[in-house]
Design a protein around this ligand. Sequence first.
Ligand SMILES: Cc1ncc(C[n+]2csc(CCOP(=O)(O)OP(=O)(O)O)c2C)c(N)n1
Ligand SMILES: CC(=O)[C@@H](O)[C@H](O)COP(=O)(O)O
Ligand SMILES: [Mg+2]
Length: 620
Amino acid sequence: MLLEQIKKENDIKRIPPENFPQLAQEIREFLLEHLSRTGGHLASNLGAVELTMALHYVFDLPKDKIIWDVGHQSYTHKILTGRKEGFDELRKFGGLSGFPKRSESSCDAYDTGHSSTSISAGVGYVSARDLSNEDYRVVSVIGDGALTGGLAYEALNNAAQLKRNFIIVLNDNKMSISENVGGISQYLSNLRTADSYTGLKTEVKRTLNKVPGIGPAMVQRIHKTKDSIKQLFIPGMFFEDMGIKYLGPISGHDCGRMIQVLNEARKVEGPVLVHVLTEKGRGYEPAMRHPARFHGTAAFDLEHGIPLANRGKANYTDIFSTVMRKFGDREKKVVAVTAAMPDGTGLKRFRNMFPERFFDVGIAEEHAVTFAAGLALGGLIPVVAVYSSFLQRAMDQVIEDVCLQNLHVIFAVDRAGIVGSDGETHQGCFDLSYLSMIPNMTVMAPKNKWELSDMMKFAVRHNGPIAVRYPRGAAYDGLEEYREPMVYGKSEMIYKGKDIALLPVGSMVKTGEEVYHLLKEEEKNPTLVNARFVKPLDTKMLDSLADDHKMIVTMEENVKSGGFGSAVLAYMHERHPQIRVVIAAVPDAFISHGSPDVLKKEVGIDALSIYKKIKEAYKG
Ligand SMILES: Cc1ncc(C[n+]2csc(CCOP(=O)(O)OP(=O)(O)O)c2C)c(N)n1
Ligand SMILES: CC(=O)[C@@H](O)[C@H](O)COP(=O)(O)O
Ligand SMILES: [Mg+2]
């Protein structure tokens, strides 16, 4: 086994490149064997095996810096830097992260998880290196999907001015999570169909040399003119016209060729982009056939590629998906917007049934929000379906473009709260704070699956910016009998008691119910209210609770700072200072990866922790 010889970074250099196909095979087997048990980002990793090997062969780690965009494709990099033993605990609490982490290895140059950052970070590294007169290489590895993000273009614009070596590797597999979309994707596909540009240049030079009357000096002159050979043969050399040398396209599964071209790239004075073509899911038939399904997968049966766990109860995304399908039929003004997440957000069904009313804008959350502002001004009702942590990208657009103009844009904020195994970068623990601070914005969270549906219908009838936030995973199907009609800014009384009022938000209503029963067991008679609205606060309900309660306990899957509990506390402090407010919320910290149940316990927002907190605080 060649893989056994790899115990730490740079060990790969001791393996002769002619044995690389075997090593690649062993790495793929390793990935498949482990990920079929643990789950993880399979397809992108299978596609990037040879590319990672070539990078590790050509560059010296940790001295040289490899910056992975998104970072979901960095598993082979982890294997080649001495972390293969950690794969049994991949993405589990305390185990190996699914993304690069500087705290995990000195070979991880940059922490990622969100898309399109690698070129910016690379330009920063290069500028720091040159200012400090240091000598190392910087390589940013970006996918064709990540290259649809605006930040990448801001960075390319900046990179073009660099005077010293900076290597960008474009890993082009024609896929984002689902099919890549838009003009850039089309442009790359044109480049792919061109012969290898690097090879073509040499070939053209050779041909010109053979033409009678054209000597070497003339060839050189032709090569140097503005309308040079590349312009004649490959129109619109976007990168080169900007001042970034372009090498490729080359096969990303041919280590020998990649080593050769990467060595050529090392010699370039200035920015250079190496265009590498790979196949997502390479080497595993089910993943090659269904790359989107195997982009991020739960544990699966290796032989057939079928998930091990049963599908189970409907999740909130399924409910949202069904509501959107119904809107497709009944609400003709409703249109759907996603930033490259048609599968994850559940919009795929809407796309298939109402393609003309569906917009995938690429990994471009900022654009998605401003685009939605335009749609709303044009008389439509856009639903922007987006993960909580990805919407962070578009804060300015939510404030300036949507809320400032008080536009009727609906934000369906999925993956809100603790998401689990993706960890710090993906936990949706800030949206209640960053959305509810904005004037004109309405913020809601459903307690169960029926309420998500009711809230979406309410959001369509509302006029103004409105967000409905719901978590990853199974939709709660309890409390079915509590389905009071939605009234703007009004919470829902579930159990009326006295002394202690439990006031959970959204997914925490289920937890609140558990706390309620724990308190009941010890003869207490608490109240349980479903908050429904985080903004506006139901101050009438708060006033009435002040009459016969001594304590209000708020519960939310969001950071304490600026969240629901903070708002309730501020109100009660001003109007009813005699009432104690206890806030159960995510602490002021980035929450690592692990299963949501474990993480909720860790941060103290599970039922038992909240119950204990109440016992400590309540003095009868
Ligand atoms: C800001 C942001 N939006 C959305 C995502 C979700 N996401 C993760 S990977 C991915 C597709 C990336 O495509 P590409 O860069 O081509 O990599 P590939 O998976 O094809 O290797 C998307 C949309 C993200 N990580 N960050
Ligand atoms: C890397 C990335 O950002 C996505 O692949 C993300 O992991 C998807 O998360 P879900 O599994 O919650 O859709
Ligand atoms: Mg891709």
